[in-house]
Design a binder for this molecule. Structure first.
Ligand code: SAH
Length: 227
């Protein structure tokens, strides 16, 4: 199948199947229409192995190799909603840093809604695969790097929001430091075995962040070093 046909999808990967997933997300409480539209527009089946493509629009996480997973669509939609609606005092959300590129799906969804997405991944093969997918899908506002995300991306910061898609036992200080005053860090915090709390941390200069726990989630661990 050529790339254009693959992106378009057929049967279990078609536009219609995507619309069914979006109905389900809406019933699950995702209400931001721009986020739901982004979930229709991004072909999730392109971000999983071809053998798994027919399951891409089930609301579940799937393996992407290297022991990692692409998050459940509901969790992607929820985190996206938390990021894009995090604006305070009319300051728009334009620049977002993601730690944990994985398949690239979360970054692709965000790229439909904000001006610039920066994304970091510590596993070489995943980072490279996602980078070439961004090019094939012509998602030109995503910049990705193969690096341990613990230090963030200082040269590109500060960011309106940082989204972490791996379970943190504690939040790396550099990531909080790269969120602009009034911006948020969104990500799972808690023990790496078992479940975590999806937290929204509102960052304020010279004060500890205000933390709101949104719901229980289960993510793969945030690890250090590249591999
Ligand atoms: N956002 C991804 C989810 C991937 S799972 C998606 O949409 O598919 C989490 C990813 O975080 C894994 O690929 C893992 O390798 C990566 N990760 C874990 N610790 C990291 C770190 N310190 N720096 C960068 N990436 C990290």
């Amino acid at each position: 199948m050529n790339m254009e046909a693959r992106i378009r999808g057929i049967g279990m990967t078609s536009h219609r199947t995507r619309l069914r997933l979006v109905d389900r997300l809406r019933r699950g409480g995702i209400s931001d229409e721009s986020v739901l539209q982004a979930m229709v527009d991004v072909p999730r089946h392109c971000f999983v192995d071809e053998a798994m493509a027919t399951r891409a629009y089930e609301d579940c996480s799937l393996p992407i190799g290297e022991g990692q997973t692409i998050s459940q669509p509901y969790v992607v939609a929820l985190m996206t909603e938390l990021v894009v609606n995090s604006s305070m005092h009319g300051q728009p959300v334009e620049r977002v840093l993601e730690i944990g590129t994985g398949s690239g799906y979360q970054a692709a969804v965000l790229s439909k809604l904000v001006d610039h997405v920066y994304t970091l991944e510590r596993i070489r093969s995943l980072s490279h695969r996602a980078g070439s997918l961004f090019r094939q899908l012509e998602l030109r506002n995503i910049k990705s790097r193969y690096v341990d995300g613990v230090d963030g991306w200082a040269e590109e910061g500060p960011f309106d929001a940082v989204i972490v898609t791996a379970a943190m036992e504690s939040v790396p200080p550099a990531l909080l430091a790269q969120v602009r005053h009034g911006g948020v860090l969104v990500g799972p915090v808690g023990p790496q075995r078992g479940s975590q709390q999806l937290a929204v941390m509102r960052c304020r200069d010279d004060k500890p962040p205000q933390i709101q726990n949104v719901e229980d989630v289960k993510f793969v661990p945030f690890l250090s070093g590249r591999c």
